[in-house]
Write a protein that binds this ligand. Structure first.
Ligand code: NAP
Length: 303
């Protein structure tokens, strides 16, 4: 199947392009980006022109930041294209509901991707937890915003989500592996004095689940989830890619490079079966944290 990548920036170059090139299902047939392009691939700098001139490309994958994504997704669906959305799937919940209804009405596939759910050890972790009684759980998601979002001021603008941009990856795993849903009870959000979104957050959920997100960690990065049960302790390391039970590695691989190939395989399946996959539960928790969180001001942040 032919696919066009829209919004050629960091994640398109780091993950989408290699995943498409290595897939037996997909051919990268075009790019749409105001400045970016991919060597050897026909490039458009305007979506409307692409939609008009390339009716042979049935699928588009949107890789730009969340704020502008709705307009691109809506235009593509109205032009009869199947749509794949980077995470988080939009800037608001309502706009994603609108896209979902539009795709349904037109018989098109919409895929709100969560790349961390495709990490190697998420499915085994979910299977292990399915029949356990959970006592408590904790997420530690500490990374360096300068490394993963170099100079990207949009992450600190309204709609950029701040530290929830990576934190939502942890929440996408949590909502996948827990046998029962949880809800947010309270949150503390740290906003740099010169920015519109938080750089750190501490969350407390029902079911004794807590989370600590921080975007100021230099050196080794930490993406860990631990869940204590009456029958042992589960730890997911490396962003869901390695599973330990009671300190012993039992599944997974210490690499994040399997996630995007798995997303594209899933999109191929959705298009073939004319179905959609839109789960907004990770974004509901972020939205709740921004509604409920106590706001504190911290040091100004500059890239
Ligand atoms: P980015 O490099 O800042 O943006 C990607 C591209 O989107 C830009 O190069 C730009 O291309 C286009 N774009 C930016 N603003 C736009 C606007 N207002 N209207 C239209 N196009 C615009 O961001 P990114 O790091 O790739 O992140 C994009 C998405 O991927 C985010 O939702 C993020 O959460 C997700 N993601 C990122 C990472 C990561 O490590 N950075 C990892 C996983 C997922 P043109 O200027 O050429 O149009």
């Amino acid at each position: 199947m032919k696919v066009a990548l829209i919004g050629i920036g960091k994640i398109a170059q780091d993950q989408h392009v290699p995943a498409i090139h290595s897939s037996p299902d997909w051919e990268l047939a075009a790019t749409v980006s105001r400045k970016g392009s991919v060597a050897g691939v026909p490039a458009f700098d305007d979506l409307d022109r692409f939609l008009k001139e390339r009716p042979d490309v049935p699928v588009v994958s949107l890789c730009m930041p969340p704020l502008p994504r709705f307009d691109y997704a809506r235009a593509a669906l109205l032009a009869g294209r199947h749509v794949m959305l980077e995470k988080p799937p939009g800037a608001t919940l309502a706009e994603v509901h609108e896209l979902e209804a539009l795709a349904r009405d037109r018989g098109l596939s919409l895929y709100a991707t969560w790349h961390s759910r495709m990490a190697h050890a998420v499915a085994p972790a979910k299977a292990w937890l399915a029949d356990k009684t959970i006592a408590r759980g904790h997420i530690t998601w500490h990374e360096d915003v300068r490394k993963w979002h170099p100079g990207q001021d949009w992450v600190f603008e309204p709609g950029g989500m701040g530290v929830f941009d990576p934190g939502i990856n942890a929440l996408s795993i949590l909502t996948e592996i827990l046998p029962r849903p949880v809800h947010l009870r309270q949150a503390r959000l740290e906003f740099p004095s010169n920015r519109q979104t938080p750089i750190a957050a501490q969350l407390e959920f029902s079911g004794q689940i807590t989370a600590d997100f921080d975007w100021r960690q230099e050196g080794p990065q930490t993406w860990d989830i631990t869940v204590e049960t009456t029958e042992g302790t589960l730890a997911l390391r490396t962003g869901g890619n390695v599973l330990e039970i009671d300190g012993r590695v039992v599944a997974g691989q210490s690499t994040i490079m399997g996630e995007y190939p798995a997303l594209y395989a899933r999109m191929a399946e959705l298009v073939r079966t004319r179905s959609s996959d839109v789960d907004l539960s990770p974004m509901v928790h972020v939205s709740d944290a921004l509604m409920l969180g106590r706001r504190e001001i911290t040091d100004a942040f500059h890239f």
